[in-house]
Design a protein around this ligand. Structure first.
Ligand SMILES: NC(=O)c1ccc[n+]([C@@H]2O[C@H](COP(=O)([O-])OP(=O)(O)OC[C@H]3O[C@@H](n4cnc5c(N)ncnc54)[C@H](OP(=O)(O)O)[C@@H]3O)[C@@H](O)[C@H]2O)c1
Length: 288
C-alpha cells in the first residue's frame, strides 16, 4: 500500500525549517514496542518520532531509525538521517546549566543519531530560574550542533510569556501541549500564535477516552472515517503538528490516512464545542 500523502505534509516553523505534521508518539511504549513500531512506521511513511527521556525508549527508537536507514531492502527511497525528524525531551528542568547540558548530550549519544532534531523542555516544573537556565542550555546545544532546534512542552500562557520576555537568543519553535476537541486550549494556542510558536498536539486521540462520544461517532459516520481519523483530521485542520500514538501496525496507516475528506467549517465548530478541559494524563500548565 502506498504511504498516505498526509505523511509527507510539513509545517513551516519560525526558524524557517519544516517539521512533519503527523508524527508517531512513543509514550507508553516498551523498548520492544518502540523498536517494532518505529520500524513499521518508517515503512508506512512516517518521518517524525516524538520521544522523551522519561519514556525510557530513546535507545530503541534511535536504533530502530538507524536500522531502517541502513537496511537497503527496507529503505527503498534511500532515506538519509536528515529525512527523519527525531524529537526528545528533558526529564527535569534544573538550575544547574551543566546538568542540563550533560542530559542533552546523553540523549544525543543514547539515540546514536548524531544529533536531535528538536529538543523540548518537557514541562515548566522547577520554577523560573530552572526554566530559563534549562533553556539557555538548549540554546547552546543548538549553537554547538547537538540539537537542530528547541521547544517547550506543557508551557502555559505565563511560561511562554516569561520565556519570550526573558530575551532568548533563540526562540522555541513549538509548544507541545495536550490538544483535542475535548481540551481545545484556546488561551495557550492564542499566546503561541502571538509569538509564532507552532502548537504540537499531544494526546490527539484523547488517549482513546472519547472514541464513543456520540458527536465523534456521528461525524465519523458522516465522513465515512473512523473516530481516530476524525480526531487526527481535526488536529491537522487546526494546523497543529499532531502525534497520534499506536503500537499496532494496522493503526499506523489508519491514523495517517486522513487526506480523503475535509471536515466542514461548521463541523469543526461543532467539534471545538466539545471542550470539557479533559486532561488525559497530567497538566503542568499552571505550575508556579
Ligand atoms: N509532552 C507531554 O507531556 C506528552 C504527554 C502525553 C503524550 N505526549 C506525546 O503525544 C503522543 C500521543 O499521546 P498519547 O499517547 O498520550 O495519546 P493518543 O495518541 O491520544 O492515544 C493513544 C491511545 O489511543 C489508542 N489508539 C491509537 N490509534 C487508535 C485507533 N486508530 N483507534 C482506536 N484507538 C487507537 C492507542 O492504543 P494502541 O497503542 O493499542 O493502538 C493508545 O491507547 C505520545 O505518544 C507522546 O509522544 C506528550
Amino acid at each position: 500500500m502506498a504511504a498516505p500523502k498526509t505523511l509527507a505534509a510539513r509545517i513551516k516553523l519560525a526558524n524557517g525549517e519544516t517539521i512533519p505534521q503527523i508524527q508517531l508518539g512513543l509514550y507508553m511504549m516498551s523498548g520492544r514496542e518502540a523498536t517494532t513500531s518505529v520500524r513499521w512506521a518508517l515503512e508506512a511513511g512516517y518521518r517524525g518520532f516524538d520521544c522523551a527521556q522519561v519514556y525510557h525508549n530513546e535507545r530503541e527508537a534511535g536504533r530502530a531509525i538507524r536500522g531502517f536507514l541502513d537496511d537497503k531492502n527496507a529503505n527503498k527511497d534511500g532515506l538519509k538521517r536528515e529525512d527523519v525528524f527525531y524529537t526528545t525531551k528533558l526529564a527535569s528542568n534544573s538550575t544547574s546549566y551543566e546538568e542540563v547540558r550533560r542530559s542533552i548530550r546523553g540523549s544525543v549519544e543514547v539515540s546514536g543519531l548524531g544529533y536531535v532534531d528538536l529538543f523540548l523542555l518537557h514541562s515548566p516544573y522547577g520554577g523560573r530560574e530552572a526554566r530559563l537556565t534549562s533553556w539557555r542550555a538548549v540554546e547552546d546545544a543548538i549553537a554547538e550542533g547537538q540539537v537542530r532546534m528547541g521547544g517547550v512542552s506543557n508551557f502555559g500562557v505565563r511560561h511562554v510569556e516569561e520565556l519570550m520576555g526573558s530575551g532568548p537568543r533563540i526562540g522555541p519553535v513549538v509548544n507541545q501541549i495536550e490538544v483535542h476537541p475535548f481540551n481545545t486550549q484556546a488561551g495557550i494556542r492564542e499566546t503561541c500564535a502571538r509569538f509564532g510558536i507552532v502548537v504540537e498536539a499531544y494526546a490527539p486521540l484523547a488517549r482513546g477516552m472519547r472514541m464513543r462520544h456520540p458527536v465523534v461517532v456521528g461525524l465519523a459516520g458522516k465522513y465515512a472515517c473512523s473516530p481516530a481519523q476524525l480526531l487526527v483530521r481535526w488536529s491537522l485542520q487546526h494546523n497543529f503538528v499532531t502525534l497520534p500514538k499506536t503500537s499496532r501496525k494496522e493503526r499506523l496507516d489508519e491514523n495517517a490516512d486522513v487526506g480523503g475528506f475535509e471536515i466542514s467549517a461548521e463541523d469543526m465548530v461543532k467539534m471545538d464545542r466539545l471542550d470539557e478541559n479533559l486532561v488525559t494524563d497530567w497538566d503542568p500548565t499552571d505550575a508556579p
